[in-house]
Design a protein around this ligand. Structure first.
Ligand SMILES: Cc1cc2nc3c(=O)[nH]c(=O)nc-3n(C[C@H](O)[C@H](O)[C@H](O)COP(=O)(O)OP(=O)(O)OC[C@H]3O[C@@H](n4cnc5c(N)ncnc54)[C@H](O)[C@@H]3O)c2cc1C
Length: 118
């Protein structure tokens, strides 16, 4: 699907958040559960995954936060340098590799990466 960048906000010097809405105005987005991510097409040859950081169940926008990785292969740097409000990006998902088993008696959550996502 195609999403439009509606808002950008700098959380720190190296973490930038992007608010994504459906490129077809007024169309709601597929719902997602806690722990989900989307895969974004960064360039013709680069795709990257980003966790959805807004409240699970919301369908008006997706929120992702991207850490600028100076030592990486360039995906996050490209996003920081090129993504602008109004741009349309290609996205797959949402998908969830970390679905919470709500029948479990006890859950231990271990957070890593750039922070704790829902
Ligand atoms: C499910 C999921 C959710 C994610 N959520 C987020 C998120 O919310 N926010 C976020 O900022 N990122 C997230 N990521 C990571 C994101 O997809 C990108 O990997 C990240 O933005 C860096 O991309 P890059 O191209 O700049 O760097 P990459 O090339 O992906 O490099 C990332 C790191 O791996 C190292 N590296 C790369 N290749 C090798 C190698 N061959 N051997 C050893 N080390 C190597 C680099 O030095 C760098 O430190 C998520 C990843 C997954 C799988």
């Amino acid at each position: 699907m195609y999403l439009k960048i509606s808002k950008i906000s700098d959380e720190t010097a190296s973490i930038r958040s992007f608010y994504l809405v459906n490129a077809s105005a007024g169309t709601s987005l597929p719902e997602f559960s806690a722990g989900s991510h989307i895969t974004v097409r960064v360039t013709e040859t680069i795709s990257r995954q980003y966790s959805l950081a807004n409240t699970p169940g919301s369908s008006d926008h997706y929120l992702i936060s991207v850490l600028r990785e100076q030592e990486g292969r360039g995906g996050s740097q490209w996003i920081h340098e090129n993504w602008k409000i109004g741009d349309t990006i290609e996205v797959e998902g949402p998908a969830n590799n970390f679905r919470l088993d709500e029948s479990a008696g006890k859950v231990i959550l271990i957070a890593g990466g750039i922070g704790i996502t829902p």
